[in-house]
Design a protein around this ligand. Structure first.
Ligand code: GLU
Length: 413
């Protein structure tokens, strides 16, 4: 069985390609990214010293539209990780039917160790370094792990400066004041909640009867928790990198984030019990939501998972080994390329608004997002039924099919 995140991603692609009887030519085109770029990113510290970091941008495929995908700042970032994430973006955009290809970027850095000024320099130098391969009709980055709207503002500004024109459509996930979209900040979580509502319907459960555990309380995990809570779902466990909390009676996510902002962690939240992150994954809940990093549901813990369904808001949280175990246990896994597509979908809306210079109300954004998520979910369910495969393979089959058609129609080589 595959071992690393990149191998896992290729394995999932291969499995679906086989089920689809994808021709060898197209298979080869899609197996290897179109472009991988690695470069030194420089900043100058307060005392005048130059510090060097590794930066990456991988462009996987652009047959359906310009490359699209976030940039993460993380000590774990590597070329292999970014390659895997770039391919997931290709499939994600295809599943959601948004006209983009897949890309991803990263800098190997612990942003907590940087000052604000250093963070800004790092963000701007990333854009200077990769300027030639970016652009609103070429490759449009967005936030990802440890990057946010403030960083997108710096990056868009740097891009505009280098291009000698105001170019808001060069980055998505910007602050609203400078071309960001209503609803983008919480879009990934919101997309997850639209799927959650469909799941509750499928299980014939009222929201207040559905218990949820969320791994990761960053932008995605927190907004999902808050929006699910507002819909009446019961959030009973949450975690961050320091540990997890559980309270069977449920808690208000807003109070937890306030506590985290004050103390630096969700731990010791009043009324809740501290447990380990590992223990939280195997708590008795209806829906388990990994919303942090890759490779967290593995053959080591999959057997102990008690949830009815896993909603993958993180990219690549479940390994193929774990998928096999979960299939046997009849635990439904809503795969990342469907479950977390809300983020890139509202990025698409942002890009469209930037290009038209015409901005939409939040209810329009959310209505359009809900339609796309519901339709994509229905298509994945239908494919799973027809092809007799799990939802991950079904989502990959759908995606590969769309990308393969685009490749053949363009007939570029
Ligand atoms: N980083 C997000 C993802 O993994 C969003 C990408 C985007 O909006 O381009 O889907």
């Amino acid at each position: 069985m595959p071992n690393s995140f990149l191998e896992n991603t290729i394995y999932n692609f291969q499995k679906a390609a086989r089920a689809l009887q994808l021709d060898k030519e197209t298979y080869e085109i899609l197996k290897i990214p179109r472009l991988t770029a690695e470069a030194a990113i420089h900043i100058k510290t307060k005392n005048g010293k130059i510090k060097t970091f590794l930066g990456y941008r991988v462009q996987h495929n652009d047959s359906r539209g310009p490359f699209k995908g976030g940039i993460r700042f993380s000590e774990q970032a590597s070329m292999d990780e970014v390659k895997a994430l770039a391919s997931l973006m290709t499939w994600k955009c295809a599943v959601a039917g948004v006209p983009f290809g897949g890309a991803k970027g990263g800098i190997k850095v612990n942003p907590e160790k940087l000052t604000q000024d250093e963070l800004e320099q790092l963000s701007r130098d990333y854009v200077r370094t990769f300027f030639k391969i970016l652009g609103p009709a070429t490759d449009i980055p967005a936030p990802d792990m440890n990057t946010d709207s403030k960083i997108m503002a710096w990056m868009m500004d740097e891009y505009s400066h280098l291009a000698h024109k105001n170019t808001p459509a060069s980055f998505t996930g910007k602050p609203m004041e400078i071309g960001g979209s209503q609803g983008r900040e919480e879009a990934t979580g919101q997309g997850g909640v639209y799927i959650l509502k469909e799941l509750a319907k499928a299980y014939n459960l009222r929201p207040e009867k559905v218990t949820i555990a969320i791994q990761g309380f960053g932008n995605v995990g927190y907004h999902f928790a808050e929006l699910a809570y507002k819909e009446g779902f019961k959030i009973i466990a949450a975690s961050d990198s320091k540990g997890a909390i559980v309270n069977k009676d449920g808690f208000a996510p807003e109070k937890v984030i306030e506590h985290k902002e004050k103390t630096g962690s969700v731990l010791k939240f009043p009324g809740a019990k501290n447990i380990t992150n590992e223990k939280m994954l195997t708590e008795k809940v209806d829906i388990l939501v990994p919303a942090a990093i890759e490779n967290v549901i593995t053959k080591e813990n999959a057997d102990k998972i008690k949830a009815k369904a896993i909603l993958e808001l993180a990219n690549g949280p479940t390994t193929p080994d774990a998928d096999k175990i979960l299939d046997k246990k009849k635990i439904t896994v809503i795969p990342d390329i469907l479950a977390n597509a809300g983020g890139v979908t509202v990025s698409y809306f942002e890009w469209v608004q930037n290009l038209q210079n015409y901005y939409w109300d939040k209810n329009i954004v959310n209505k359009k997002l809900e339609e796309i998520i519901q339709r994509s979910f229905a298509e994945v369910l239908q494919t799973a039924k027809v092809k007799k495969v799990n939802l991950r393979t079904a989502a990959f089959i759908l995606a590969i099919n769309k990308v393969a058609k685009a490749i053949h129609l363009r007939n570029h080589h």
